[in-house]
Design a protein around this ligand. Structure first.
Ligand SMILES: Nc1ncnc2c1ncn2[C@@H]1O[C@H](COP(=O)(O)OP(=O)(O)OP(=O)(O)O)[C@@H](O)[C@H]1O
Ligand SMILES: O=C(O)CCCC[C@@H]1SC[C@@H]2NC(=O)N[C@@H]21
Length: 298
C-alpha cells in the first residue's frame, strides 16, 4: 500500500484502530498481509480504508472496480467470539450493517441479496439475474488461518466463557460501497451508486460518514451475535436479516461450486445462514456457497 497516512488521532467510533491509505491495490489483501505479519498490532474492529483501490477483489475471484475517489473501500479486522460454524452469518450481518447505514444516510430503499450483495430496490429495467434491483455494495469476508498466541489479540482477553474458540478466529471483512459514481463510471449494468439512486435533494454522504454508520451498526450487530454465541436465531438477528433479504420468497437459480445449477424458491435461512431452496419437485436443497440469481417467476 502506497501513501500510508499516520493513524487518525481521533479514530472513528467504534473502530479501535483506523489506518487510511491514499491509494492501494486491495485493502483486503493489505490487511490480510499486515495482520499475518503482526497480529498484535490489529485489535478487533481495526479498519483499513483506501481513498482509491486499483485492484479491488470481489467474491469468487472476480474484480471490484471503483473509479478513484468515488467509493467506500475498506476492510475491517474482526476476531468474532463465536464457534467457526456460525461464521457464514458474518457476511449477512455485515450486509445488514451496510443496508442500514445506506438507507439511513440517503433515504434510498436498500435490501440484501443472499449472500453478500446490498441492493437498491426497484429502480430500473429488468436485468437478467437482478430483476429491477441494482447492486450498490458488496461484502468479501476472508478468514485468516489460525496463528500463534498473539492471534487472539486484546479482544480475546474479554472473551466470554462457553464460546469455545473465543477470539481465535480472525476475519478480514471487506466492504465496497458505490457512493458517487456516474452511470459511466460503473462497470456493469446491474450496478448503481448512492448518488444515482438517491433523491437529487439528498446530499450523498461522504465515504467517511458512511464508514462511521457502517461501523456503528456492525459493532451493535456483532455484540448481539456474540452474546448469543453466534446463534443468530436466538439473538433475533436471523429475523432482522430475513426482513431485508429480498432473495427470500423469490424464484432463484443458484450456481453451486463445481458448476451445478439448482432452481427453486428461496424459502428461508437455516441456523448457519445458508439459503434453503424448495425445488419445483418439492425437495429442499441447502445452498452453502455460490452465486444466486433472482429470476422472474412463471
Ligand atoms: N463497483 C461495482 N459495483 C457493482 N458490481 C461490481 C463492481 N465492481 C465489480 N462488480 C462485480 O464484479 C463482477 C465483474 O468483475 P470481473 O470483471 O472481475 O468479472 P469476471 O470474473 O470477468 O465476471 P463474470 O464472470 O461475471 O463475467 C461482476 O459480477 C460485478 O457484479
Ligand atoms: O460483491 C463482491 O463480490 C464483494 C466486493 C468487495 C469489495 C471490497 S472493497 C474493499 C475490500 N477490498 C477488496 O479488494 N475487496 C473488498
Amino acid at each position: 500500500m502506497a501513501g500510508a497516512v499516520p493513524d487518525d488521532p481521533s479514530p472513528l467510533r467504534p473502530f479501535t484502530r483506523v489506518v487510511r491509505v491514499v491509494r492501494t491495490g486491495s485493502t483486503n489483501t493489505d490487511l490480510r498481509e499486515a495482520v499475518t505479519a503482526d497480529p498484535g498490532a490489529w485489535p478487533h474492529l481495526s479498519v483499513l480504508v483506501a481513498q482509491t483501490q486499483d485492484a479491488g477483489r470481489g467474491r469468487a475471484g472476480r474484480g471490484w472496480d471503483t473509479a478513484p475517489g468515488t467509493a467506500l473501500t475498506a476492510s475491517v479486522l474482526l476476531r468474532p467470539r463465536v464457534p467457526p460454524g456460525r461464521l457464514p452469518w458474518l457476511t449477512l450481518l455485515a450486509g445488514l450493517a451496510v443496508q442500514r447505514a445506506t438507507a439511513e444516510l440517503t433515504g434510498v430503499r436498500t435490501g440484501l441479496k443472499w449472500p453478500n450483495d446490498v441492493l437498491v430496490l426497484d429502480v430500473g429495467e429488468e436485468v437478467d439475474g437482478w430483476g429491477t434491483d441494482r447492486k450498490v455494495a458488496g461484502i468479501l469476508a476472508e478468514a485468516l488461518p489460525a496463528a500463534g498466541p498473539h492471534a487472539a489479540g486484546p479482544h480475546a482477553a474479554t472473551s466470554h466463557a462457553g464460546a469455545g474458540h473465543a477470539g481465535s478466529l480472525a476475519v478480514v471483512l471487506g466492504t465496497g460501497v458505490n457512493v458517487a459514481q456516474t452511470r459511466d463510471q460503473l462497470p456493469v449494468p446491474w450496478a448503481t451508486s448512492l448518488r444515482l439512486a438517491a433523491d437529487a435533494r439528498v446530499t450523498t454522504p461522504g465515504a467517511e460518514e458512511l464508514l462511521s454508520g457502517v461501523g456503528r451498526h456492525l459493532a451493535d450487530l456483532l455484540t448481539r451475535w456474540e452474546a448469543a454465541a453466534g446463534d443468530a436465531r436466538a439473538a433475533g438477528l436471523a429475523e432482522d436479516v430475513a426482513r431485508v433479504c429480498v432473495t427470500l420468497g423469490r424464484s432463484v437459480r443458484a450456481e453451486l461450486p463445481g458448476g451445478i445449477e439448482v432452481t427453486g424458491t428461496a424459502t428461508a435461512l437455516d441456523n448457519d445462514g445458508h439459503l434453503l431452496l424448495r425445488t419445483p419437485e418439492g425437495a429442499e436443497r441447502t445452498v452453502r456457497a455460490g452465486d444466486v440469481r433472482h429470476v422472474r417467476a412463471g
